[in-house]
Ligand binder design. Structure first.
Ligand code: SAM
Length: 241
């Protein structure tokens, strides 16, 4: 793994004394998992896009107040979305990250974030494949910032299809840079609550353009917005709340 790919600091890290900046290509994140070949990349979410999508979710009439929901970042990377989520009064915040080195960095970031008193909610980082993570009981928000390709997304939804039977609590999906949106749209238990472009703030756009401009081979593109969607699991189980 190399953190040199396109490395420049994002102002979020400078402001809060954490390390979540940079781009790491998927091919440099291999860790011996069958999910490795579908790993897209590491790149921290733009805080402005994160905040706007959470606001959009709150407007989508979730079945309960935010403090009833567990926030789960599937593909947590260095933990930027976990830190941002912990500023909201979620019941708890959980990150699942495939790459052990990134999970370790995320844990360090969480520790320094907590030491600064910035978290209002407990945060836990788990190292493993998102497909194997069992969604906890109770209302949950599953967050994804384009972590993996279609085969893993299909495996994830298939695992959820089995475990959702009898499970209590709503499950909502917040998906940023939703390249595999079609997999969600075709799933019979999912209903789309929102789809659209969410703009980066000027500061995030400048920072992200700088990071991507440093790539050795221009492999990844950046725009001033992210294509996003929100889905709600409407299978038999989740209609009960
Ligand atoms: C684009 S980064 C997003 C980081 C973080 N969620 C954020 O928003 O700042 C995607 C992350 O997903 C991780 N990932 C890819 N496939 C995964 C899998 N099957 N299970 C868990 N994490 C995975 C990658 O290693 C990478 O760190």
């Amino acid at each position: 793994m190399s953190v040199k790919d396109g490395f420049t600091w994002h102002p979020f890290d400078i402001e809060f004394g954490v390390k979540t900046s940079g781009l790491i290509a998927g091919r440099n994140l291999k860790c011996g998992s069958q999910a490795d070949r579908h790993n897209t990349a590491y790149f921290g979410v733009a805080p402005s896009v994160f905040h706007e999508l959470v606001a959009q979710w709150r407007r989508s009439k979730p079945a309960g107040t935010i403090d009833e929901f567990t926030f789960i970042d599937l593909g947590a990377g260095m933990g930027r979305a976990l830190l941002l989520a912990s500023e909201f009064p979620f019941r708890k915040v959980i990150g699942v990250e495939l790459n052990p080195k990134l999970a370790q960095i995320a844990r360090r970031n969480v520790a320094s974030w907590k030491a600064r008193g910035l978290a209002v909610t407990p945060i836990r980082v788990i190292c493993g494949d998102a497909v194997e993570f069992k969604i906890p009981t109770g209302p949950c928000v599953a967050f994804m910032f384009n972590p993996f390709g279609a085969p893993v997304m299909r495996r994830l939804l298939s695992a959820w299809g089995k475990s959702m039977a009898g499970r209590e609590g709503q499950l909502d999906i917040l998906y940023i840079n939703h390249e595999q949106e079609l997999v969600l749209r075709r799933h019979p238990d999912l209903v789309r609550m929102f789809a659209g472009k969410v703009m980066r703030s000027p500061a995030d756009a400048i920072a992200d353009h700088k990071i991507l401009a440093n790539q050795p081979d221009g492999e990844y593109a950046v725009t001033n917005w992210e294509d996003c969607s929100i889905y709600r699991w409407m299978g038999k189980a989740s209609s009960q709340k």
